[in-house]
Design a protein around this ligand. Structure first.
Ligand code: AMP
Length: 449
């Protein structure tokens, strides 16, 4: 298929030419007519497959010029970094179109964003929390909204945004098109679709769990953290081969630990990103890595998912993810838009089960490499590797050390107060004996008889 088959218009063709794209990616070809038709759509596509343009091409093609201030397109994404990235992509595609695009996210001054909203926008790209705050403040009017895109729904639900999404659905006009993209189909994603979508058409280009074909995968069996570190340092010495390297770890404590250890060897070449870092720090790290100022980026799953960084030569799984989907997300950072990529996974004895789950999801065995002789095999263990005496019901122990930081908790607590749906309505109805919902009305009618 050719871009000409999509019947776009000259401004879009010119932008595509400037970007140097020659043909639509499979998800772009498949999704185009569905999105253009106005039907609800669920797209299963991994990042790196060109899914941002899969929804933006038909949306921009059909977005008429308008002077009205209220946005007509809303794109929700899970992280602030993705807001920046998606806005950037839209601006490239809309280079020759008179469209107003604004990105809004939490952790920054809301007043500046209110002013920008008030100037009038066509497309808003947002994280759910900030979007809701802006809508509640009434500066952002959603009554003219025509299409809602939710990108990376699986990540969004993982991050605990379900409530925020439902709050947002509540304030959107009923007549709208819903478009959703997810890399993996989980039960949570499925529930959301059943509850809020109308007969969505499914567009899927890869079975969830199929690795992109242009990623060469290898694995190493490594006894412990320090040996993993020695092996990584050894490999990274070859700066020519390992020229743009993403190293994934499972949580922020591990990210900091590894960053400090690698800092001794790679100083200026190194940066790190996880949810405890400030917004500016995170954006700077990504930018420096993207531009090649830093050669190695250490990242946690949640932070780096969905990021589109070109030409990543290698993805290292410093630990083996428990959820095979996370492995898929991680390795999807390399081999993007049909460029060759390398993915390497380190697994200890304890991580063998996780590795098996990954291999069985992919229905393939990852070829194994031997640790080079020069690499020192350490016997030293870090705290987590020593035999733990199991504590039961220790109330002070945090369950998930990579759970979103305090900001997320404040937010969700606040939002749960603001959630006036479901149970709150029933509570009020019970208190005032007034039918507040249709459900109650029927119940009252039945009880009168
Ligand atoms: P995404 O999956 O949306 O994150 O996109 C992955 C990368 O592919 C981005 O850098 C896009 O600019 C690029 N891309 C999108 N569409 C095409 C295309 N038709 N041909 C080549 N590259 C593309």
């Amino acid at each position: 298929m050719n871009f000409r088959d999509l019947n776009l218009n000259t401004p879009l063709y010119n932008a595509i030419d400037d970007l140097g794209f020659t043909q639509p990616t499979p998800i772009q070809a498949e999704a185009f007519n569905v999105v253009a038709s106005g039907k609800d759509m669920v797209g299963i596509a991994q990042t790196g497959t060109g899914k941002t343009f899969a929804y933006m091409l038909p949306i921009l093609k059909n977005l008429k010029f308008s002077k009205q201030d209220n946005p007509r397109i809303l794109i929700l994404v899970p992280t602030r970094e993705l807001v920046v990235q998606v806005v950037d992509e839209i601006e490239k595609l809309a280079k020759y179109i008179n469209t107003r695009v604004l990105g809004v996210y939490g952790g920054t001054n809301i007043n500046t964003q209110k002013q920008a909203v008030a100037q009038g926008q066509d497309i808003i790209v947002a994280t759910p929390g900030r979007l809701y705050d802006l809508a509640v403040s009434r500066v952002l009017q959603l009554k003219s909204l025509e299409r809602l895109v939710i990108d990376e729904v699986d990540v969004m639900l993982d991050l605990g945004f379900r409530h925020q999404l439902i709050n947002i659905f509540d304030i959107l006009p009923e007549r709208r098109q819903n478009i959703m993209f997810s890399a993996t189909m989980t039960e949570d994603v499925d529930d959301l679709i059943t509850d809020f979508f109308t007969a969505p058409q499914k567009v899927s280009i890869a079975i969830s769990g199929t690795p992109l074909e242009n990623i060469a995968q290898t694995k190493y069996s490594v006894p412990n953290y320090y040996t993993k570190l020695n092996l990584l340092v050894h490999l990274l010495q070859d700066a020519e081969t390992y020229n743009k390297v993403l190293v994934f770890v499972s949580n922020k404590r591990m990210a900091d630990r590894l960053f400090e250890a690698l800092d001794e060897f790679f100083k200026e070449e190194l940066c790190v990103i996880h949810s405890n870092k400030t917004q500016n720090y995170r954006l700077r790290s990504i930018e420096q890595f993207r531009e090649g100022i830093n050669r190695v980026l250490v990242a946690t799953d949640v932070m780096a998912r969905g990021l589109d960084i070109d030409n990543v030569s290698h993805v290292f799984n410093f630990d083996t993810p428990d959820y095979p989907e996370n492995y898929m997300h991680r390795i999807g950072r390399t081999g993007r838009a049909e460029r060759e990529g390398q993915a390497v996974v380190f697994s200890t004895e304890k991580e063998q089960d996780s590795l098996e789950k990954i291999e069985s999801l992919m229905q393939m065995e990852i070829p194994e490499l031997q640790i080079p002789e020069e690499v020192e095999i350490s016997t030293e263990l870090i705290e987590e590797e020593r035999t733990v005496i199991k504590e039961r019901n220790n109330p002070t122990k945090r369950k998930d050390i990579d759970a979103p930081g305090p900001a997320f908790h404040e937010k969700s607590a606040k939002n749960s107060k603001e959630n006036l749906g479901g149970s709150y309505k029933f509570k009020i109805a019970a208190k005032y004996k007034k039918p507040k919902t249709r459900g109650d009305k029927n119940y009252n009618k039945r009880n009168k008889k």
